[in-house]
Design a protein around this ligand. Structure first.
Ligand code: AMP
Ligand code: MG
Length: 418
């Protein structure tokens, strides 16, 4: 076999993202019980089936009154004519000079327009059926005090949550408030992960001299889960074409296959050969550092078309490539509106020097000092340095056409959390 030539042009990151992203779209919609819907993406708009709150109600435990009684007539003592709990409604119409005991959430009785909390009266909580039939109001009252208006939160018919919204704890609460127990969401993609390499063994297995433990499977699998995907983790595959092929074939029902390692220019790097044999390579090689040798292609596995992303074997490269190319498509398949990480501008603590015109992603920790963000650069940026990933919560970008970003200058940083 002829040795590989290294003349092929590297693809710009943006172009590679465009190509990969354009090949994925949202998966089918399913209905889930509300309690199981967290971290799924809503697949349909949700409109308010009724006002929230449904009726004008009290924001405090106290007395429903007519504010004019207090303002105009300087009356401070009112006759107590009833009591309303959070669950019920008074049938009594409130007349001049009257008050009704009302608890937080209780519907405002007809005729009342304001609520005075217990602490502004001579009364307080009363257990049992009896309560004093008079109350003295000790403070001035404004019209509408302590009344939560019907529909103040959501008006009937208004858009509550948009399709594409990632369901977090507050959104589950909102759906629950409307009594919605069946939630339309997009199903999560199943991503197969295959680590390759003769030298790689699973933690827990016996390790022979020269072998290393597999860190990539764990970084990438947990990153998939964190992004919202489901993982199908395969056993490690040695650098044998037939073994790689049969591992890949067993993943033909997944939504994406990620292989790790074996995608560079080494004698035992066989991923591209497999891609070429079982399908087609869309591109190989990205103008970035770390993470140059990434392959993207489509496999035809016994009639099933499945995309494969071949991540580089060095753990930092694998993870940075995951962040830039895989996380967004997991979110896209899940139907999310927001698929990219947030970016900020931060001042560098050291120079970033770009020696070969690639787009650099430098591991940094973000600190906040005097209302500005500082990006502390990790001292070793090699692609095998796991401690740089543990240290970092951001990737500082040095563009391909920039030779150096000086210490103290600002640059764009991709936040890796939140
Ligand atoms: P490769 O892309 O297969 O040439 O691998 C590049 C480097 O990453 C080599 O030093 C490998 O030993 C290392 N590597 C590959 N796979 C893993 C893995 N799963 N865990 C840790 N290191 C790996
Ligand atoms: Mg390898």
């Amino acid at each position: 076999m002829k040795p590989e030539k290294s003349t092929s042009k590297l693809l710009e990151v943006k172009k590679a993202q465009e190509i990969i992203f354009s090949n994925f779209s949202n998966l089918n919609s399913i209905d889930l019980p509300l309690i199981d819907s967290q971290n799924y993406v809503l697949s349909k708009d949700i409109f308010a089936p009724f006002n929230l709150p449904e009726k004008d109600n009290s924001a405090m435990d106290g007395f429903a009154i007519k504010y004019k009684d207090i303002i105009d007539n300087k009356i401070t003592e009112l006759k107590v004519v009833g009591r309303v709990g959070a669950e019920n409604k008074s049938e009594v119409y409130l007349n001049k000079g009257q008050a009704i005991r009302i608890m937080t959430g209780g519907e405002i009785p007809k005729g009342a327009d304001s609520v005075v909390p217990f602490e502004n009266t001579d009364s307080g909580p009363m257990r049992g059926l009896n309560y004093p039939k008079k109350v003295t109001i000790n403070t001035p009252v404004n019209l509408g005090d302590n009344i939560r208006e019907a529909g103040l939160d959501y008006k009937k018919g208004s858009l509550v949550l948009k399709a594409g919204h990632l369901l977090n704890p507050p959104s589950l609460g909102v759906l629950a408030s409307f009594g919605i127990n069946n939630v339309p969401v997009t199903r999560k993609p199943v991503i197969s992960v295959i680590s390759t390499g003769n030298e790689v063994v699973m933690p827990g297995d016996e390790r022979k001299p020269g072998q290393i433990y597999d860190s990539n499977s764990f970084i990438i699998s947990s990153a998939i889960k964190e992004s919202g995907g489901e993982v199908n983790l395969l056993n490690i595959v040695g650098d044998r074409k037939e073994d790689i092929e049969s591992a890949i074939l067993s993943c033909r029902n997944s939504d994406l296959i990620i292989s790790i390692g074996g995608v560079s220019k080494g004698d035992f790097d066989l991923i591209k050969d497999v891609l070429l044999e079982k399908g087609e390579i869309n591109f190989w090689g990205i103008n970035m550092k770390p993470g140059k040798p990434l392959a993207f292609g489509r496999l035809n596995l016994e009639g099933e078309n499945v995309f494969q992303i071949g991540l580089p074997g060095n753990p930092v490269s694998a993870y940075v490539c995951f962040e830039l190319f895989v996380r967004p498509i997991i979110l896209k398949m899940m139907g999310a509106n927001d698929i990219m990480r947030k970016k900020i501008k931060a001042k560098l603590t050291n120079d970033i020097t770009n020696t070969d015109g690639r787009r650099m992603y430098t591991r940094v920790k973000i600190l906040e000092e005097n209302n500005e963000f500082i990006a502390e650069i990790y001292n070793n940026q090699n692609s095998n340095i796991l401690s740089s990933l543990v240290f970092a919560d951001g990737l500082a970008i040095c563009p391909e056409d920039c030779k150096v970003i000086k210490s103290g200058d600002e640059t764009e940083v991709i936040l890796l959390e939140g």
